[in-house]
Design a protein around this ligand. Structure first.
Ligand code: GTP
Length: 305
């Protein structure tokens, strides 16, 4: 970090991405940070926590706060997610408003744009994501359409999938950060506790291939995680996967436990990559009836007011 702490002109601060569910916010954050700190899936509302990814540049440190997709709340969980997003918006130095290139601007985007119009202080960079999915003419049209949605500091197209202009998104956010020293040590990529990242990787594996309302009903808690006695290259992880109904438990476990075994081995590989050790994963499935609507259960699963 030589020279950095005294560098004039060094910028550091926070940005967040906002947008409808599934528009590519987590993927973009991972691409900016350069590693997988937020789980992604093709199911809407995959993200439930404000995870921070830290982007290190020679002249700046950008801390990205990942938010759940904003939408009109339907359940108590939905309401808590929305208030999480709203409080995040007032605490950051810049906002990246994501709209995908491959879907027409719709009521969901307009709802968010109206919410953002109420936040006067924070500069907003509009980001047209997933440009790899559409021809350039369509991207150009989308840039125009997004421009109509509000008053933005910049509008930029990018693709997290092929890396197109991901660095530029970083530059545009960084220019709105205040001058200041780095807030995190060099090399740190996230400040989420490892246990939370591990739980998210298990949830990601469990989401593979499930349909309908089941994705929203899955929550994961890591009960215990510790190096095996006498070995620094082996981690024992004990986790619970919660669902809301007995029928869902059956689906997750699968015929003679086949599906749960797949989830476990998929998750284990990802956790091993994250931790850099071998992992033993003990995964149990339990029913927490209607946890999304129950304040007590929500607290137990880590969703606070
Ligand atoms: N082709 C393509 N797909 C992308 C791109 N970015 C994201 N995706 C895909 O879009 C889906 C949603 O991405 P996420 O990053 O989970 O979206 P999100 O906005 O964080 O979603 P929520 O957490 O539900 O709010 C995933 O299947 C991604 O692989 C991109 O640049 N190009």
């Amino acid at each position: 970090m030589d020279g950095v702490t005294t560098n004039e002109g060094f910028r550091s601060g926070f940005a967040c991405f906002i947008g409808r569910p599934n528009v590519g916010k987590s993927t973009l954050m991972n691409a900016l940070v350069g590693t997988k700190v937020a789980i992604t899936s093709n199911r809407p509302q995959t993200t439930r926590r404000a995870i921070r990814g830290i982007v290190h540049r020679p002249d700046a440190q950008l801390i990205v706060v990942d938010t759940p997709g904003l939408h009109k709340p339907r359940t108590l969980l939905g309401e808590r997610l929305d208030s999480l997003v709203r409080s995040t918006l007032t605490e950051v130095d810049a906002i990246g408003f994501c709209v995908p290139a491959d879907e027409k601007v719709g009521p969901g985007d307009k709802y968010i744009a109206r919410e953002l119009a109420g936040i006067k202080k924070t500069p907003i960079v509009a980001i047209v994501t997933k440009t790899d999915l559409t021809p350039p003419e369509r991207v150009a049209e989308q840039l125009m359409a997004v421009g109509q949605l509000g008053d933005f500091a910049d509008i930029v197209p990018c693709s997290a999938a092929d890396g197109f202009q991901v660095d530029l998104v970083g530059d545009l956010l960084i220019q709105h950060l205040p001058e200041g020293m780095p807030l995190y040590p060099e090399g740190d990529l996230t400040d989420e506790p490892e246990q939370v990242l591990v739980a998210e990787l298990i949830r990601e594996a469990a989401l593979e291939g499930v349909r309908d309302e089941l994705p929203h009903s899955i929550a994961v808690v890591v009960d215990e995680m510790a190096p095996r006695e006498g070995r620094d290259d082996f981690m024992d992880v004990y986790a619970h996967l919660y669902v809301e109904r007995d029928s869902q438990k059956g689906i997750i476990i699968g015929h003679k436990g086949s599906r749960l075994r797949e989830v476990g081995s998929g998750a284990r590989k990802q956790i091993e990559a994250l931790l850099g050790t071998k992992v033993y994963l003990d995964l149990r499935v339990s029913v927490l009836k209607e946890w999304q609507r129950d304040p007590k259960h929500l607290r137990r699963l880590g969703f606070y007011d």
